[in-house]
Design a protein around this ligand. Sequence first.
Ligand SMILES: NC(=O)c1ccc[n+]([C@@H]2O[C@H](COP(=O)([O-])OP(=O)(O)OC[C@H]3O[C@@H](n4cnc5c(N)ncnc54)[C@H](O)[C@@H]3O)[C@@H](O)[C@H]2O)c1
Length: 247
Amino acid sequence: MPRAAIIGAGGGIGRACVAAFAAAGWDVAAADLAAAAAADALGAAPGFAQALDVTDPAAVDRLAAVCGPVDAVVYAAGITDTLPMAAMDFARWRRVMAVNLDGAAHVASVFARAMIGRGAGGAMVFLSSAAGLRGEAGASAYCASKFGLIGLVESVAAELTPHGIRVNAVAPGNVDTPMLAEVAAGIAAAEGRTEKDVRAAMVRTGAARRLIRPDEVAAVCLALCGPGFGAVTGTTVRVDAGYLLMG
Ligand SMILES: NC(=O)c1ccc[n+]([C@@H]2O[C@H](COP(=O)([O-])OP(=O)(O)OC[C@H]3O[C@@H](n4cnc5c(N)ncnc54)[C@H](O)[C@@H]3O)[C@@H](O)[C@H]2O)c1
């Protein structure tokens, strides 16, 4: 049974990835800062749940050690923050970078060593964002972290593909998860609008005129880790319901 490490397993997209990989016959190591959410996501599926703070390199090392041989890694941990640059609070900037980018680098490094050492190839998928392909007002830290993730993926793919390890990014648009609810609540509070109104506006930002379901993102993550995508590496797959088609 192949094993996948899903990091950020307790979140909306991470939880959907756990379900997709488990349904496809994978054993899953489900890791998250919110350990109970990761355990809940795993349920009775084969594997184990583990508390993990991705900003702690020693904790990432420990995760790789308890995982043992891993065939795929999905990095779905992330946080968002909204702050105009003119009012920047660099502690908040650093926090976004620490979780979204530094944590991804720790994970890439530790699991690269493990996969190269094992010599059986593998796959890694990192959750970037449409905000990693186009800048957005008020979201410089988030966008910078997600643009950075794509650079990380392309570089790591160039290093690891000769070892049979494929590395790709997925760039979702507006996915209906707790993170989106948090963003919608923040915008609503800042602009004196209702959350319903903000969500309706988000729906209109994509050509498909709907929010994306977490399982639609998870299906792409799973496919990228499977043999059907054996020639796909160093790419960013947009799962944005046409968000980037709009002006
Ligand atoms: N929801 C969207 O619209 C959307 C769009 C584009 C990209 N993304 C990206 O997809 C990924 C998953 O997003 P989501 O919508 O599922 O978010 P979410 O908030 O539902 O889940 C994020 C998960 O990351 C975990 N996490 C946060 N800090 C952590 C840390 N220090 N260590 C370990 N885990 C930590 C949280 O506990 C949570 O379970 C994120 O990287 C996000 O930026 C989301």
